[in-house]
Design a protein around this ligand. Structure first.
Ligand code: AMP
Length: 277
């Protein structure tokens, strides 16, 4: 497994790989969710590249960039046995050298949900993913359904800018009790860990209602709200029942639908979602 830092190092190593490359972009502090993406890339592509980069431009000044968990040595130990060919771990200065001023932005799709709460977030995400695509030139790139809006935005960007990359979206990996795995779960201590299950419970309540025949999107949103409001440690930021691709809020559910939410548990911000097919 080659570990590259600089862009030249990355390009030289990339040229030696079989060109059927699968890329898995991550911010590190890997867990089973990330590893499921890497394993899928390994099963489907002749070469696998994993990027590990805590991208400063997708964090607002008030967010957790400085304390975001990092442990490269541990990450490399987890990746190695899967048979990854190349790990790219650039520094912020390599990605954004002095004088940097070019950005990639997706329009309407980034104004809703996460984008409404975190107005500069997706500009950082699309810019860094576009840079990763240009540097690594993968045939396929693997993203998690955990970040459902991110996956929709990346699909849109890839289509709009004609990147010759197939976007593969992989299912959410959960803890046995239903909590979606996330590097930020590390922040959950004591009673907060238990309270964090409220996201899974709220999504399950809406899904149960849907499976029992409920198609009124407002009723599904209300079900999720009620469950969250019953948990004293939880503070709801939004709940949504939206079209899977456009992310527009629905009145009634017919096609592929995304139930999603963001909830603060203490100071920790968690997101989760279910897809209704
Ligand atoms: P991150 O390191 O948080 O930027 O995540 C890197 C990739 O892993 C993104 O495409 C995420 O959607 C994906 N991911 C994170 N958590 C999970 C999970 N629990 N299940 C599946 N994919 C995940």
């Amino acid at each position: 497994m080659i570990i590259a830092t600089g862009l030249d190092e990355l390009r030289t190593a990339r040229l030696l790989l079989d060109p059927e490359v699968g890329l898995v972009p991550t911010m590190g502090y890997l867990h089973e969710g990330h590893l499921s993406l890497i394993r899928k890339a390994k099963a489907e592509c002749r070469s696998v590249v994993v990027s590990i980069f805590v991208n400063p431009t997708q964090f607002a000044p008030t967010e957790d960039l400085a304390k975001y968990p990092r442990d490269l040595e541990r990450d490399l130990k987890l990746i190695e046995p899967i048979g990854v060919d190349l790990v790219w771990n650039p520094t912020p200065e390599i990605m954004y050298p002095s004088g940097y001023q070019t950005w990639v932005e997706v329009d309407a799709l980034t104004k809703r949900l996460e984008g409404a709460m975190r107005p500069t977030h997706f500009k950082g995400v699309t810019t860094v993913v576009a840079k990763l695509f240009n540097a690594v030139q993968p045939q396929r790139a693997y993203f998690g359904q955990k970040d459902a809006q991110q996956a929709a935005v990346i699909r849109r960007m890839t289509r709009d800018l004609d990147f010759p990359v197939e976007i593969v979206v992989c299912p959410i990996v959960r803890e046995p009790d239903g909590l979606a795995m996330s590097s930020r779960n590390k922040y959950l201590e004591g009673d907060d860990r238990k309270a964090a299950l409220v996201l899974f419970r709220a999504l399950s309540a809406a899904k149960d209602a849907y499976q029992a025949g409920e198609r009124d999107a407002e009723v599904l949103r209300r079900k999720m709200k009620e469950v969250i409001q019953a948990e004293p440690r939880a503070q709801m930021q939004y709940v949504s029942c939206a079209d899977y691709d456009s992310l527009e809020e629905l009145e009634s559910v017919s096609g592929k639908t995304l139930l999603s939410m963001a909830v603060l548990i203490g100071k920790t911000r968690l997101i989760d979602n279910f897809v209704l097919e």
